[in-house]
Design a protein around this ligand. Structure first.
Ligand code: ATP
Ligand code: TZP
Ligand code: MG
Ligand code: MG
Length: 266
C-alpha cells in the first residue's frame, strides 16, 4: 500500500473534525488533531450540534464522561452528520463498565449510521455481548477471538470496526487488516485512544472512497508516531509532547497493514 496517501490529504484539506468528547481529554484531542493538520471543534450543546455536524467533515462521538444531555446531543449530531454524508466515528469509552454506557452505545448504534467503531478489546466485548471482566475505561481482561467478534459487529452494524491495543486490527466484516508496532508508553497516556478515534475520523473524512485503507493508514501512522516519540522520551511526562511533535512531523508510513482475513486483495 502506498505511503502517506491519506495524511497528505488531511494536511492539504484540513478537515473540520467535530468532536463530542469527554472532559478528560478534550484539550489533548484538539491539540493532537491540530498537530496532525486537521481542524478540531468541540461542541456538545443540543442547541448547536446539528448545525456543527452538518458543517463538519466528520463527527466523533465519545462517551467517556457521558451525561443524559450529551447522549441526546450525540444522537442529534450523528443523524445530522449522516444526512450531510460525512462519516461518524464512535468511541465507546468504558462501554462495559456500567449499564448506562452499555445502553447508550446500543442506542447510538441503533439510531445513527456509523462509519467506524474504534475501541479496545473490553469495549468490543461489551458491544458484542461477550463474557469479559471490564475495568473502567481500560481494556480489562477475558478470552475472545477479537478478529471474528469484530467482524461480526462490523457486519451487524454495517460499519468498520477497529480494535486497538498492543496490536491493532480493522475490519469491514469480511476483510481484516492487522497493524503492528507502537509503544507501551501509548497506554500510559490518557486520551491516546480518544485522540486516535478522531485521527481515524480525519483520515476517513479525506478517504471516503477507500475507508478500510484510510483507517488502516491512520492506525499505522499513529503507532509509528508513538514509536518515534518513545525514542525521544524518558517517561509518560515527556512522551506526551514528543508524541504531539511526531504527529506533526511524520509524513507517511510504509505499509498500512497485513491482511489476516478475507479474500486476498491486490
Ligand atoms: P485502553 O483504555 O485499553 O488503553 P484506549 O482507548 O486508550 O484503550 P489503546 O488501545 O490504548 O486505546 O490505543 C491507543 C493507541 O495505543 C493505539 O495506537 C494502540 O495501538 C497503542 N497501544 C496501546 N497499547 C500498546 C502497547 N502495549 N504496545 C504498542 N502500542 C500500544
Ligand atoms: N475517564 C473517563 S474518559 C477517560 C477517563 C480516564 C479518558 C479515556 O481515554 P482513553 O483514550 O480511552 O485512554
Ligand atoms: Mg490506551
Ligand atoms: Mg479508550
Amino acid at each position: 500500500m502506498s505511503s502517506g496517501r491519506f495524511v497528505e490529504r488531511v494536511r492539504a484539506e484540513r478537515p473540520l473534525v467535530h468532536c463530542i468528547t469527554n472532559i478528560v481529554v478534550a484539550n489533548f484531542q484538539a491539540n493532537g488533531l491540530l498537530a496532525l493538520g486537521a481542524s478540531p471543534v468541540m461542541a456538545d450543546s443540543p442547541e448547536e450540534v446539528e448545525e456543527m455536524a452538518g458543517a463538519a467533515s466528520c463527527t466523533v462521538l465519545n462517551i467517556g464522561t457521558l451525561r443524559r444531555d450529551s447522549l441526546f446531543s450525540m444522537e442529534l449530531a450523528g443523524r445530522a452528520a449522516a444526512e450531510a454524508g460525512s462519516p461518524v466515528v464512535v468511541d465507546p469509552v468504558g462501554a462495559g463498565a456500567t449499564r448506562f454506557r452499555r445502553e447508550a452505545v446500543q442506542r447510538i448504534l441503533r439510531t445513527v449510521r456509523v462509519a467506524l467503531i474504534r475501541c479496545n478489546a473490553g469495549e468490543l466485548a461489551a458491544i458484542a455481548g461477550e463474557n469479559w471482566r471490564a475495568s473502567g475505561v481500560d481494556a480489562g481482561s477475558g478470552e475472545m477471538d477479537i478478529c471474528s467478534v469484530a467482524e461480526r459487529v462490523a457486519r451487524e452494524h454495517s460499519c468498520l470496526v477497529a480494535v486497538t491495543g498492543e496490536s491493532d486490527i480493522v475490519t469491514d466484516g469480511s476483510v481484516t487488516l492487522k497493524i503492528e508496532g507502537g509503544h507501551e508508553l501509548l497506554s500510559s497516556l490518557t486520551g491516546a485512544g480518544c485522540l486516535l478515534s478522531s485521527v481515524c475520523g480525519a483520515f476517513l473524512a479525506v478517504g471516503s472512497e477507500t475507508p478500510l485503507e484510510a483507517v488502516a493508514e491512520a492506525l499505522k501512522f499513529y503507532k509509528t508516531a508513538g514509536e518515534l516519540a518513545a525514542a525521544d522520551a524518558s517517561g509518560p511526562g515527556s512522551f506526551q509532547p514528543a508524541f504531539l511533535d511526531h504527529l506533526y512531523l511524520l509524513d507517511g508510513v510504509e505499509t498500512a497493514g497485513r491482511q489476516v482475513t478475507g479474500e486476498a486483495r491486490a
